[in-house]
Design a binder for this molecule. Structure first.
Ligand SMILES: NC(=O)c1ccc[n+]([C@@H]2O[C@H](COP(=O)([O-])OP(=O)(O)OC[C@H]3O[C@@H](n4cnc5c(N)ncnc54)[C@H](OP(=O)(O)O)[C@@H]3O)[C@@H](O)[C@H]2O)c1
Length: 127
């Protein structure tokens, strides 16, 4: 276990799966996390579980205007975790339909890459 000393971490895809698991670990290490997802009910449940070290930002990371507005509102942070999926969770690749593969690819490649692009401008800026 390591100590993150109040570092602020934005987790794209932080309301379930790998992103939420990462959020749990980061909070245990002393970080403050901002969870991003689209479904407010999922985000609120995750925030309730994690307590006052967590806040939420509901937006679709594949939508440039929503993403830019949300990142500006979030403000400065120290780390960005990119854990978006198509919102369908992981499954055996043989079981995935082509449309789900495209959905995952779009969310992960478009959402994560663009969120990193927009988000990295905010990393390390003083609050
Ligand atoms: N789980 C594993 O074992 C595993 C292993 C290796 C790699 N991965 C990769 O890790 C990533 C996450 O997988 P997972 O199983 O953790 O998926 P998951 O449980 O479906 O979680 C995906 C997260 O991304 C959010 N999300 C999806 N599309 C979004 C969008 N356009 N804008 C904002 N938020 C969005 C979801 O929230 P909403 O539903 O509210 O949008 C949710 O918080 C995937 O790329 C997967 O391929 C997973």
């Amino acid at each position: 276990m390591f100590e993150l000393g109040g570092a602020r971490v934005v987790i794209a895809g932080g309301s379930s799966g790998a992103g939420l698991a990462t959020a749990r670990l980061l909070v245990r290490c002393g970080a403050r996390v901002v969870l991003n997802g689209r479904d407010r009910a999922k985000l609120n449940a995750a925030q309730k579980e994690l307590g006052d070290k967590a806040s939420v930002a509901a937006f679709d990371a594949t939508q440039p205007a929503d993403r830019a507005q949300a990142l500006a509102k979030i403000g400065a942070f120290d780390h960005l975790v990119a854990a978006l999926s198509g919102g369908k969770g992981a499954a055996k690749s043989a079981d995935l339909s082509q449309s789900i593969v495209f959905l995952i690819a779009n969310s992960f490649m478009t959402g994560c890459v663009l969120e990193c692009d927009g988000g990295l401008r905010l990393v390390g800026q003083s609050l």
